[in-house]
Write a protein that binds this ligand. Structure first.
Ligand SMILES: Cc1cc2nc3c(=O)[nH]c(=O)nc-3n(C[C@H](O)[C@H](O)[C@H](O)COP(=O)(O)OP(=O)(O)OC[C@H]3O[C@@H](n4cnc5c(N)ncnc54)[C@H](O)[C@@H]3O)c2cc1C
Length: 487
């Protein structure tokens, strides 16, 4: 029987690595971390097997959809932390931020021309998906993508799960094996060949002059042709900040998560999605930290396969079980869906009942309609919606409960569902620091019926699950939230 982690490896052009090149190249595209990273571990494995040094490339393009000063700052802060670590550890590491379109591709092609094999991150959406599809066909070296995104390997599902319940069954069957075969904490400890790689001068000439420090990141970014209206946020994009956020959450909020996570004023969610998105922290570390707080006497033997039900699987503390359901099942349902569906960002990917009901109500009269600019500037009649949009603009995130309401309302306020989808994707991916993620698409498409079922029929939204601002106001605590964002 195949080992579970072998379902993480995708030999994109079916070529086997050989010892002809000068090094093994690991191209860190999205799981930007040196620890608990299956792709890095796999690259180290090949370097040892063919006795070559390892070169790690972490780069950032300046020309991609929704490029903003917000995203750039966050990513470059993480790269700066890496550069310091790599220098201390004497790693062959290139940190490259592109200044002009095309430099990144030239660098990548130069580096691959001398490599025995290219190992990179498997990722089911956005530019990483397109790059992996295209480059693996164009490049002549073995092109291998490795999935270090979640607990349950992407290769284990045979098709897109149509519900979280269906994916939860797969998760429950594989949880123990996945959790007990984690990525190594420090895969670079195993690297045998520590030779330094002499990089041809041309590679370095491509690197922008950039001195260390936040002011210099700001200066570097100010010269780029990206969207500067979307400002950096207060959170730092490095791994240390991610670990700090995890520690705070575990200490202050985990055990109240189930009861209070829906109340924005309680601030009891983890806030980990930005670092999860850029791979600064592994989901294994999060699960492991949470499980340590299960009641005394709890161990993996308490787990019982429960046919996809939320309750009665971990059989531990209710809050921990509920948090794990979000960070494993809900998060990874979206990854597995996108992995199997090229059309993950299209109206046509919705379940047929959702398409039918939206088509039936396409011409219903809308009580309010707003333009993209009105939505972007939080200029609707709805105080709660405007506050959520203001949080997105200022902090780069929306509280999960309000994020659902935020998405649902745009369906009611735009002339047709495709326009609503376009606006939501544009707003989310421009402003959200965790945007451009498989969960951006699961969250937005969930508002349109993905992973859901039909409910009572209404005008405009048909059989989609309905959410109203009035009910939200009654149901959750948001006085402080409105004080902060509604002004
Ligand atoms: C319209 C809409 C858009 C969304 N866009 C994004 C996005 O761009 N990026 C993103 O990461 N998530 C998105 N989500 C899902 C969810 O809102 C966020 O993951 C969550 O609010 C992040 O906050 P947290 O880290 O404090 O979550 P916590 O409640 O602490 O949960 C821990 C982790 O579990 C995962 N998770 C939690 N809730 C969900 C969920 N409903 N679906 C999938 N995964 C979940 C996330 O990785 C999250 O970081 C969206 C949801 C909606 C309804």
């Amino acid at each position: 029987m195949k080992n579970l982690n072998s379902y993480r490896v995708f030999k994109r052009n079916n070529q086997e690595p050989n010892a002809n090149g000068e090094y093994v190249l690991y191209w860190m595209q999205i799981n930007r971390r040196f620890h608990y990273n299956f792709a890095l571990e796999y690259a180290v494995g090949w370097a040892n097997k063919i006795n070559k040094p390892l070169l790690i490339l972490e780069a950032f393009s300046c020309d991609y959809p929704w490029a903003t000063a917000r995203t750039h700052t966050f990513v470059m802060q993480g790269m700066e932390e890496h550069l310091e670590y790599a220098t201390q550890q004497k790693l062959n590491y290139i940190s490259f931020a592109e200044q002009e379109t095309g430099q990144y591709e030239v660098l990548l092609k130069n580096l691959t021309s001398k490599a025995s094999v290219l190992v990179t991150d498997e990722y089911p959406v956005f530019i990483m998906r397109k790059r992996n599809e295209t480059y693996s066909q164009e490049m002549e070296l073995p092109y291998i993508t490795v999935d270090s995104n979640g607990l349950i390997p992407l290769g284990i599902t045979e098709k897109d799960p149509y519900s979280a319940y269906l994916f939860r069954k797969t998760m429950q069957k594989n949880f123990v094996e996945a959790f007990t075969n984690p990525p190594k904490k420090n895969p670079l400890d195993d690297l045998k060949n520590r030779d330094s790689i002499n990089l041809p001068g041309s590679f370095h000439e491509n690197l922008p002059e950039r001195k260390k420090g936040p002011a210099n990141i700001t200066k570097f970014i100010s010269g780029l042709k990206i969207n500067h209206d979307v400002k950096p946020i207060n959170w730092h994009g490095g791994r240390q900040a991610a670990l700090g956020m995890l520690g705070q959450f575990i200490q202050n909020s985990l055990l109240e998560y189930d009861e209070k996570r829906n109340d924005p004023d309680e601030k009891k969610t983890s806030n980990l999605s930005p670092w999860l998105h850029f791979g600064k922290i592994s989901v294994y570390e999060i699960i492991s930290a949470a499980l340590k707080h299960q009641p005394e006497g709890w161990d993996l033997d308490k787990i019982t396969y429960n046919n996809g039900s939320t309750d009665g699987f971990f059989n531990g503390n209710q809050s921990i079980d509920s948090f794990l359901d979000e960070v494993i099942t809900w998060r990874e349902t979206g990854f597995h869906f996108a992995h199997h569906r090229k059309d993950y960002d299209k109206f046509e990917s919705l379940p047929s009942w959702a398409q039918q009901t939206l088509n039936k109500h396409r011409d219903d009269k809308r009580e309010w309609t707003y333009t993209y600019e009105q939505l972007e500037n939080a200029q609707t009649h709805d105080e709660i919606w405007n506050a959520a949009q203001m949080q997105l603009r200022r902090d780069g995130i929306i509280h999960n409960y309000l994020r659902m309401l935020w998405g649902k309302k745009v369906i009611e306020w735009t002339p047709e569902p495709e326009i609503a989808l376009r606006y939501l994707i544009e707003l989310n991916n421009t402003y959200a620091i965790d945007g451009r993620d498989p969960n951006s698409y699961s969250g937005i498409f969930w508002c349109f019926g993905r992973f859901d079922r039909a409910w009572q029929e209404r005008p405009v939204t048909g059989k989609l699950r309905y959410m109203s601002s009035d009910n939200t106001r009654k149901k959750i605590k948001l006085k402080q939230y409105l004080n902060t964002y509604a002004s």
